[in-house]
Write a new protein. Structure first.
Length: 366
């Protein structure tokens, strides 16, 4: 649902949108003018929306013959300097992994959206969080990372997509929006920013077909035959990743002051956790929430800071997977506090009562 009615100078009318629609509109407003994708549930509203909106802004929408084709089209458009995006859901993202590794190796910016569904295999079409490892540890071959952002509301999805384009261009590193089927399908009011579409940054490295006297020929490539050249690429990437870790970590702390336990959760699950925290508060138990917004880089220093608080007895990680993010939580805690897991498998959503009962069990165990 698209609305262009202006109210005031900076904000358009609040529009009721699905998460998938908000992601697509945010990309348009961020200056994305090329989208390549392939249908798969539960992200289908993104390419559907793009197929309508891209022609309105003189952009390119193309439904490729496969996910593999789509990601290689992204590679080409990114290499030419375009702001480009693709989207898919879990099995489709798996098919894109070789291309994503090539894009990372070629030091190209782009935005990849994964509206996660249950797995493994074809799995289900409902929400899950079992692609955490794939998103945060590289996913394909080689030593690389994606800047991985995880929204918990439709408004935040809109905001983070625009940030994803900026960060990707800033560091020449691909960005990923890691949502889930709940976020993609839920409808919430969104404030659309009424600002001029900013011009994309000048990309002097792009193979844009422009000939300038004295300018060296630009080459986009991820193949290096000489060992010292591939070593230099990897050193350059690792230096870039260190800068991202130092400068771009994002997280939310909720009710952590004087908390007895801290729950770590991301995305839509974090919203369920907040409900549980209020129930626990009514029982006289103070529990906080640490919500990573950047899954990579992970907010390990924030967790380490919480470990220094004497009031905090332990951490509980709640996730819709067999336990993936919990490994990063345990690494950050470094054995200084107890870390437990509430795991929901497949596409099962945690109930607030389950979270409350788990915290009560933990409290009894101390």
């Amino acid at each position: 649902m698209y609305c262009n009615k202006k109210i005031g100078g900076d904000i358009m009318e609040r529009v009721l949108m699905k998460g998938n629609e908000a992601i697509a509109e945010a990309a348009i407003q961020a200056g994305c003018r090329a989208f390549f994708g392939y249908p798969i549930t539960p992200q289908n509203q993104i390419p559907e929306y793009m197929s309508k909106r891209m022609p309105e802004v003189d952009g390119v929408f193309l439904q490729a013959e496969s996910e593999i084709s789509a990601i290689n089209m992204v590679y080409g458009a990114a290499g030419a300097g375009a702001r480009v995006m693709t989207s898919s859901s879990s099995p489709g993202i798996s098919l894109k992994q070789e291309g994503i590794s090539y894009i990372a190796g070629a030091e190209l910016p782009c935005v990849i959206v994964n509206i996660v569904r249950g797995g493994p295999g074809l799995g289900s079409i409902q929400a899950a969080q079992s692609d955490y490892f794939q998103a945060t540890k590289g996913g394909g071959h080689g030593d690389y990372h994606l800047i991985t952002l995880s929204p918990s509301t439709v408004q935040e999805a809109y905001d983070l997509v625009q940030l994803a384009f900026d960060l990707s261009d800033k560091y020449r590193v691909p960005s990923m929006i890691l949502g889930d089927g709940m976020l993609g399908q839920m409808m919430e009011p969104v404030k659309l920013k009424n600002k001029e579409i900013k011009k994309t940054p000048i990309k002097s490295w792009a193979t844009d077909g422009i000939f300038e006297k004295g300018r060296e020929r630009n080459i986009i490539n991820s193949l290096y035959i000489e060992m010292d050249e591939i070593e230099e690429l990897n050193k350059r990437l690792q230096n870039r990743y260190s800068k991202i870790k130092n400068n771009e970590v994002m997280f939310e702390e909720y009710n952590t002051k004087d908390a007895e336990f801290v729950i770590v959760a991301y995305g839509t699950v974090a919203r369920i956790v907040k409900n549980s925290i209020e129930v626990l508060k009514s029982k006289g138990i103070n529990v906080g929430l640490l919500r990573p917004i950047t899954l990579w880089p992970f907010p390990d220093k924030a967790i380490q800071g919480l470990c220094k608080k004497n009031t905090i007895k332990g951490f509980l990680t709640v996730e819709m997977s067999a336990g993936q993010m919990v490994e990063d939580v345990r690494l950050a805690v470094e054995g200084k506090k107890r870390v437990e897991l509430l795991s929901k498998l497949g596409s099962t959503i945690p109930e607030p009562k389950e979270i409350v009962d788990k915290i009560l069990d933990m409290k009894e165990g101390f």
